[in-house]
Every structure is written in C-alpha cells, then in structure tokens.
Write a protein that binds this ligand. Sequence first.
Ligand code: MG
Length: 379
Amino acid sequence: MLQPYACDPQQSRGRRFAQSAAPTRDEFQRDRDRIVHSTAFRRLVYKTQVFLNHEGDLFRTRLTHSLEVAQLGRSIARELGLNEDLVEAIALAHDLGHTPFGHAGQDALNDCLRASHPPHAGFEHNLQSLRVVDSLEERYPAYDGLNLSFETREGILKHCSRRHARQLLLREPDGVGLRFVNGTQPSLEAQLCNLADEIAYNAHDIDDGVRSGLLTLDQLDGVGLYASCRDEALAEFAHLGGRRLLFDSLRRMLARQVHDLIDATRAALDATAPESLQAVRALPPLVRFSEEMRAQGGQLKAFLHQNLYRHPQVVETTDRARLVVADLYAVYSGDAATLPTSVACQAKPHRAIADYIAGMTDRFALHEHQRLTGQTLFP
Ligand code: MG
C-alpha cells in the first residue's frame, strides 16, 4: 500500500515528450523497462568500480552492484510503503553514467575536459547518468534518450553542483536541476536509493576485498559494525570459519543496516508527518540511519578507503586506468579520423569525445587504447 508521501505514478510530473499511457504498465514500471532494455544498461556488465573486469569473474560489476541496490531498495520501499517500481528504476539507472574503470576513469576524463581548449565544464558521473537517459540513448524514432518520467530522472541526478544545476535549468526551468539551487529534497524513493547504494557497496567491497586477498579477515576486527556481526554469527555457530563466516557476518551487517534505516526513517516520518510528496520536498532528508549507525557506517567507509581503495595494488591499477583514459582523450581530440564518424561529426567535439569514452566498457577502452597507441598497459 502506497503511503500519501510516496510517489504515485498517476501524479507523475510527466515526461519531456508527452506520451499516451501504456496499456498494462504504470509510468514507473515503464521507466524501469526502458532502462533494462537500454544499451547503457547492458554495458554495466563490463564496467567495474574497484576491481577491473579482467581481474576476476567473481567481483562485482556495475551491473551486479545495481541489482543489489535495486534489491535492497525494493525491500525497504515495500516496508515503508514507498513506490517499489520507482525505486527499482532509479537503482538500475543510478550508475549508467559511469566511465570505464570507476572513479579513476571519471577523474581522468574530468581532468581532460577541464584542460581542453576552450576549457569545458568537466565530467561528473551523476550528470552523465542523466545525460545517458535524456540524450545519449538512441532508441526511439521521435526523440533522443529514453524520455523517462520526472521522478526517475530526479532520482538519477543524485548530486549536482550549482553551476551544473543552473545549466540544466536553462533548458528545463522547473526541472531536475531546481532542487540543487533552491535547496529542497527529492522524493523519498530517491533518498532511499542513495542510502541503498551505500549499504550495497560497503558490504560488497568487503566481500570483494577479502576475495581478492587485499583485505584480511583479521583487519576487519577493527571495524565495529563488521566485528559485532561476526561475533553474533560465532555466538550462534561457534565452529563457523572462512568464507561462510564472512558471508554470514555480511548478511547480518546488511540486515542490521536495513532494519536500522527502516526504524530511523519511520521515526522521522512519524515526527514530521508529511502529508504529501510536496511536504517531503520541503523537509530535511527523512530517509536516514540512526546516529549510531551513521557513525558505524562512517567508520566502515573510512576503513575501506584506507585499506582497499588506497591499497597499493588498487592504486597501481587505477593509475594505469587513468592513463588509458587520458591517452584515449588525447588521441581522439588530436585526430578526429581516429573516431567513429558518428562521434567525429558532432557539433561539440570535446563533449562528444567524453561521451564516447564514458560509454566504453573497461575492455573496449583497453582494446581501443592498444589499437591506437600500440601499448599494452594491462598485459
Ligand atoms: Mg552505485
């Protein structure tokens, strides 16, 4: 049952290009289906965040990460009476704008654009996700992009600088950029996806970190949330060890965060009693963890930063990945003949090159790099 503060597909603020209703699906189901059938969605399978695609078959990819976010988001949405289909659509689309090689690729592309002549506004993956669904997908006869509903697009644009927001407002004065200028909040469904994303990557990065051998189980003793979940698992199953202990601890960790989020959000909803989505927008963020869980989550993130994302082996890989992106950008912008014609003919060459590189999967970027430079940075 949808609560009065949930997004109601019948009250959607609509699509940029008006369309008649689908016979069997509501607006958000339709958005979800459009996302699943998009080209950018299929590419997520060969894009990674921490570990590169060729490093192993069992690490998370952006696709499996997005599915985990959708799963967590839907269960929480159902419990809170929020719109599950909208949560699913946002979760499945939230990472569509990521470059190959995760944040290293994004940073490199951002540096390239800012250093170009004339300098460009830079590259930001949230904004790029919106760009993918608004402009870059080529699937429909009458318009570019997927023509998604306002509510899904709002959830996809999770962060945005004021400068970028103002640019968005030029094209769409009351659009998804507005809240970054007037300081209002997005729907509860969008707020939820944001935190479901955090829950998902904190847990799966521990899993992948241990699997890769870069993190050890002993190191995790210092992470309060993990350690107390592991102790709980051992109290119930004294002889548990190895992989099953890791999985059971992570399972408990996920459950604790999900339950904490549900309880803290319910309390915030009870305290503020918003009667509509409009009321939600004017209030502070209501989807939240308890203070204690927020502190524990912060400690976990700091641990992952220190020990996994800045692990020498990860840094060494991401440095090379950054070079791949920078080299590709340099070659393409130096000689348009190296680009596919559909990219070379675009009116804004630097942005077109950035879109082209951002759309690449890890492995396609590596193939292109090898083809154009003759170098093999990842043998
Ligand atoms: Mg994510």
